[in-house]
Structure formats: C-alpha cells, structure tokens
Design a protein around this ligand. Structure first.
Ligand code: GLV
Length: 321
C-alpha cells in the first residue's frame, strides 16, 4: 500500500460504479476521481495524472489511449471479460491488469440456470399468452433438466458457477475447456469437444471472447452435435455465429436459445443482416433474450468493487516490498 513517503496513487474512474468503491479505495490510500459521466473523447487529456484507471465498458483500451497515460500502473476492468483491451498493449507498457470474475460469477451462474428454466418451462411464452387473454396449458407443457446432458464450453469462473448450481437437478454435466482446468465438482465430468457433441442436449457457452474464438460456435461445430440442442449464451455475442444460429433454429438443430449477449448490442447500429437475424430471433417462440445482465445484480455490483480493491491491495503491497 502507498506509504507516507510515496507520491499519491491516483485513480480515475470513468464508468458508473457502486458507491462503495470510493471509501474502499480511500481505505487503501488511493485518491480517486469519480467521473462516470465523462465523455470518452475527454478521457485521454485526463490520463497523465493517474496511476490507475477503472473502466467497465465505456471505451476500448488501445495503445493509442495508453500513449496518453505515461504514469499508468494499473488498469482495473470492473467485470470479468477483458475483450475491450487490445491484445498485448498492457504488457507492452508494463501495466498490471486486474479484473473481477470472482465478483459476478455467482450472478452469471444463477442467470444461466434461470434462462434454462425459462426456456424449458416456457415462462416468457406463457406470460405473453396470459397478457393476451389466453390460458393455454398444453401449449406450455415443458421439459425437465433432470435426465438431460448439459454441455459447457468454457470451464472457468462462469462455467463452474453454472455447473455448481446444477448439482441438485439429476442431470449429467460435461465440461470442455481448451486450457487444462481444475474440476472441483464430482458431478461434472471433463470432456472433449467431440464427447460434448455426441452427448449434450443443452450447450452453455462460458468462453471468453478473443480473436481466436470469433464465431467459435459456427455451422460446422453445430452440425456435429448428435442431439437437437438448447443453446445458452451468457459469454459474448461474438463467440456465436448468429447466421449459423438462425439457420440451426430453422432446421431444428437448435431447438431454442437463451441469449444474454448478441453479435451487436448497440441496437441502433445494426447492419441490415444483423437486423434481419434479430427480427427472426424476436419472432421465434423458443428464443429468450436479455440485455447482457447475467452478471448484473445488486450483489455483484458491490462484490466487483471488493474483488478489485482486494487485488489492488495485493498489487500495492507487492510493489512496496
Ligand atoms: C460482463 O459481461 C463481464 O465481462 O463482466
């Protein structure tokens, strides 16, 4: 932590954060400037004064932006994904990255389970019908998670959090990750992608977005699944080729989908092709959409701050030793 002889460690916060962040930073001796409303074009001019920047999604972190931040030591991403940071730019400038998947993984696990139940039990469809004066029970007969095989692609913080919540459901859980991963749960089996493709009836995506993962789930990958699939995406829209998804919904290869993330979440900037795909998803009775809120709860709002400040404390302590 900064000592009295150190120059102050100053932190600029450019996104809306839970109010607990300011006292927490003060507690570890960091002077924070909270500018949630700052326009992104005004950020570069502010940066030279700061050793730390806290960002959620206001702007991309590029080499060009970092050229305005000669004193930057720590970049805190208030969330899990770090896909808004250009590859290699932090390493090149020796800036330490801290992020907070431990802060919102519980929220993501719960949301993923909720979206699977919403799909299986036709909750949004039934709700819409009743509001239109229709009481249609047979049409809303659902299915159960029990007895199904749930496949996870990506078995890090988020995949594990969903898997943990499936323990009471009497289902098989298979997890595939391209990295070697620990498996803390006896009810989960680590599997190859091929095993997942042979057995899974539900596919839940929990992989980060990187250039290599762009459209990781595409026509070819989907076509190799042996069973018609229910697809859940709480990861990033870009890992899923939405043209392939629409095609698979049309053929029945994908039976339904719960999407918390989309290929383009700025709805005013959709290309005609993206608009056409989204319109198809709007009309589909077995598609459930939510606005990138899987990790977005009252609890995670605070916990993200706690995780960031814990990690910052560790950084400051190691720097002073
Ligand atoms: C949310 O999508 C996050 O990356 O935290």
């Amino acid at each position: 932590m900064p000592t009295p002889t150190d120059s102050p460690f100053r932190c600029l916060i450019i996104d809306l954060m839970h109010e607990s962040l300011l006292p927490m930073l003060k507690e570890v001796g960091v002077e924070a400037t909270y500018l949630p409303e700052v326009k992104k074009e005004d950020v570069p001019a502010l940066l030279p004064e700061y050793q730390m920047l806290v960002v959620r999604s206001k702007m991309r972190i590029t080499a060009d932006l970092l050229n305005h931040a000669p004193n930057l030591k720590v970049l805190a991403r208030a969330g899990a994904g770090v896909d808004n940071i250009d590859d290699g730019v932090l390493e090149a400038r020796n800036v330490t990255l801290i992020n907070a998947p431990e802060g919102n993984r519980d929220a993501v696990g719960e949301h993923t389970l909720g979206s699977l139940l919403t799909l299986f039990r036709k909750i949004t469809q039934g709700d819409r019908q009743i509001r239109q004066g229709q009481w249609r029970r047979e049409d809303n007969r659902g299915e159960e998670i029990g007895g199904k095989t749930i496949g996870l692609i990506g078995y890090g913080h988020m995949g594990k959090s969903f898997a943990k919540r499936l323990v009471g459901f009497d289902c098989e859980v298979l997890a595939y990750d391209r990295q070697p991963v620990e498996n803390p749960f006896p009810h989960v089996q680590l599997a190859s992608l091929e095993e997942l493709q042979q057995q899974a009836q539900v596919l839940s995506l929990h992989l980060p977005y990187t250039k290599e993962n762009h459209h990781y789930i595409n026509n070819q990958v989907l076509s190799r699944f042996q069973h018609p699939l229910w697809l859940l995406n709480t990861a990033r829209g870009e890992v899923l080729d939405h043209a392939a998804l629409v095609e698979a919904l049309k053929t029945g290869k994908v039976r339904g989908a719960a999407l918390d993330v989309l290929e383009n979440e700025k709805l005013k900037t959709l290309t005609p092709e993206q608009q056409e795909r989204l319109s198809y998803l709007f009309e589909h009775p077995r598609v459930v959409l939510t606005p990138h809120i899987a990790g977005w709860t009252r609890e995670s709002y605070v916990r993200i701050n706690e995780v960031l400040v814990e990690k910052l404390k560790a950084y400051l302590t190691s720097r002073n030793n």
